[in-house]
Design a protein around this ligand. Structure first.
Ligand code: SF4
Length: 436
């Protein structure tokens, strides 16, 4: 199966595009200058319902539309494109808009590890037991999600990227940090690499034989965007790719394939189901994760359906994230109170196997914060969010419930005041009713 990429330059070659109204094509043109746009022939031919493209979740997941920018931002970019601006001036306008879109949420750049005074710019070490590695060849994906929080990595004109060609320094860093038990290959998508490229990294790790490094994780959306990666009748390199996974398992390490699925429609094709089976047959566990996104998957029934199908296919539901404050955030974000309601309803509806999922979780600057409930103090009738860190820079701060004020329309933790510890003790001393 030949991989055909469509992007801002050639999307008009997609057969279905000519049926879209001119306004819609123009919007794609304008917004794709700001938001990285990339799709491929699998997504276009297998996943999108072109009859209902405007409401189709996978179309929205890949194709930019004008509501992903503010009216002001859209107007400035469109004006620059249609005026007498030089190429440099257009790029300057586009970069200004991008910088307004909070390109580094949760202070990702402050997690860069240092070895012998040298920054390892292609890695992040936030939690004591896991290091993230961004192989330079994996800094793209088979298609780009319009909501993606890593969008600055795909944008050539912004100097905001992580990635590192060399694994050796990372291995040395892990060797000297005995608490690191896990390396997470991430990106972009590490599964866009050829097996030859990926095995260069993996074999270096296996050869290092670091006793405390026990787990390898791959964060990937390849099952949803290009399942042929793992199917040998469509791809002559598939067997080599599966061979890498088997090799890690045979070397006694645990491998977790962190599959990113945003909508049940991504699980419906025969090829994705066969790719899931092929990965599982290599001895690898597949855990699933996704943010909850307005306009794409905002519904308890959608999540319940997605988790049920994942479990039937042998995957383990793992995380429901809250959409981060970056990129076209205003288009995709949802109030935390609503997210919490959808999460609990979806878990209830899913049956016992989907209870492996943790959510809803915000990846904030200090760690991953889970919303545990909405509670009410009967004495004052005041409501609070109850939260806990399931991951924290300081691991001793995990799994300690705390309270924040409650706001119906808050979409991120930094919009909420934490209730000071002294008042929390008081609050705990009074009967606090779990409201929802
Ligand atoms: S697959 Fe992941 S990294 Fe790639 S664009 Fe989508 S969300 Fe971003």
């Amino acid at each position: 199966m030949r991989f055909i990429t469509y992007n801002a330059k050639n999307f008009r070659e997609i057969e279905y595009i000519r049926y879209l109204p001119p306004d819609t094509r123009r919007e794609i043109d304008v917004v794709s200058r700001v938001i990285p746009f990339k799709t491929n022939n699998y997504v276009v031919d297998y996943l999108i319902d072109w009859e209902n493209y405007a409401d189709d979740p996978i179309y929205i997941l890949n194709f930019p539309n004008r509501r992903m920018l503010t009216e002001n931002q859209y107007g400035r970019v469109e004006h620059a494109m249609s005026g007498d601006y030089s190429d440099q001036e257009i790029i300057a306008v586009i970069n200004q808009v991008r910088l307004e879109m909070n390109p580094h949420p949760a202070k990702q750049q402050s997690n860069i590890p240092v070895l012998d005074g040298e920054k390892l710019a292609g890695a992040q070490h936030k939690y004591r037991d896991v290091i993230l590695f961004f192989p330079s060849q994996g800094q793209t994906c088979h298609a780009h999600c319009t909501f993606c929080f890593r969008w600055p990595q795909f944008v050539k004109d912004l100097d905001l990227k992580f990635s590192m060609r060399e694994i050796d320094r990372v291995i040395e860093y892990i060797r000297r940090n005995g608490e690191i038990r896990e390396i997470l290959f991430t990106g972009g998508d590490p599964m866009v690499m050829s097996p030859a490229e990926l095995s260069r990294y993996v074999d270096a790790i296996l050869a290092a034989k670091i006793p405390h490094l026990r787990n390898i994780r791959f964060g990937s959306k390849s099952l949803a965007y290009w399942p042929f990666t793992f199917l040998s009748e469509f791809n002559e390199e598939a067997e080599d790719m599966l061979g890498i996974l088997r090799r890690i398992v045979e070397n006694g390490m645990h491998v977790s394939f962190m599959a990113h699925f945003n909508h049940p429609n991504e699980l419906e094709t025969t090829v994705v189901r066969r790719a899931v089976a092929a990965i599982r047959a290599s001895g690898v566990e597949i855990r699933t994760q996704s943010p909850i996104l307005n306009n794409i998957n905002a519904g308890a029934d959608i999540w319940a359906g997605m988790w049920q199908t994942q479990v039937e296919l042998g995957m383990i539901p793992y995380y429901m994230f809250v959409e981060r404050e970056t990129g076209p955030y205003q288009y995709f974000s949802l109030p935390l109170a609503r997210v919490y309601e959808m999460f609990t309803e979806a878990v209830r509806e899913s049956g016992s196997f989907a209870k492996t999922v943790t959510g809803p979780v915000m990846s904030a600057a200090q760690g991953k914060v889970q919303i545990m409930g909405i509670v009410r103090n009967p004495a004052t009738a005041e409501r609070y969010f109850m939260m806990q860190y399931v991951r924290h820079r300081d691991y001793l701060r995990t799994f300690r419930p705390f309270f924040t004020e409650y706001k119906e329309d808050a979409t991120w933790i930094d919009q909420l005041q934490e209730i000071p510890a002294e008042s929390q003790i008081e609050t705990r001393g009074t009967p606090v009713a779990r409201e929802r």
